[in-house]
Ligand binder design. Structure first.
Ligand SMILES: Nc1ncnc2c1ncn2[C@@H]1O[C@H](COP(=O)(O)OP(=O)(O)OP(=O)(O)O)[C@@H](O)[C@H]1O
Ligand SMILES: [Mg+2]
Length: 148
């Protein structure tokens, strides 16, 4: 993938564009089909929220590195009305009559998840997925099952 990519979210077509760029980036970084799907759903939820609640904003994609691993970082930013972080992370909480599962779902699907939000600055959500993280979790739960 290119080191950094950015999509403006101004209309519903941009949500599809962000989703598609995210899928390509995840595939190029070596994520398996399941993790590509997780990243794609996460980007889609974040972009949809930007469009729905802030009207406009951006999705930034960036490759991230640790000493021994690489991953994909997704930053969703807008200058909309902001939100009550504690409330919106509760599964089922929605101010629009939606399912209220978007943000909690993104948190579950990704490995890291940080939100900052205020009425003055808008909302910024930084989330990322590391290569191979799902496999590691599967191994841990398998070992747990074996020993109990
Ligand atoms: N970018 C944002 N700016 C302001 N408020 C937001 C933003 N994103 C989410 N919210 C608030 O957080 C709530 C929960 O968002 P979440 O995506 O979890 O559920 P939802 O959008 O209501 O429903 P859905 O399950 O269809 O996504 C929203 O109802 C909205 O009030
Ligand atoms: Mg939503």
């Amino acid at each position: 993938m290119k080191k950094k990519q950015c999509v403006w979210i101004l209309n519903e077509w941009d949500i599809i564009e962000a989703r598609s760029l995210g899928k390509t980036a995840a595939r190029e970084l070596g994520f398996n089909a399941i993790d590509q799907a997780k990243v794609t759903v996460a980007i889609s939820e974040l972009a949809r929220n930007i469009f729905k609640y802030a009207g406009r904003g951006q999705i930034h994609l960036c490759q991230q590195f640790s000493e021994s691993n690489t991953g994909l970082q997704v930053l969703a930013v807008d200058q909309g009305p902001g939100m009550d972080i504690e409330k919106v992370m509760i599964d089922g909480y929605s101010t629009s009559g939606g399912l209220g599962g978007g943000l909690s779902g993104v948190k579950r699907l990704m490995d890291d998840f940080t939100v900052t939000s205020s009425p003055e600055t808008g909302t910024s959500i930084l989330t990322s997925k590391w290569l191979g993280s799902s496999t590691v979790l599967q191994v841990i739960s398998f070992e747990h099952t074996e020993s109990s």
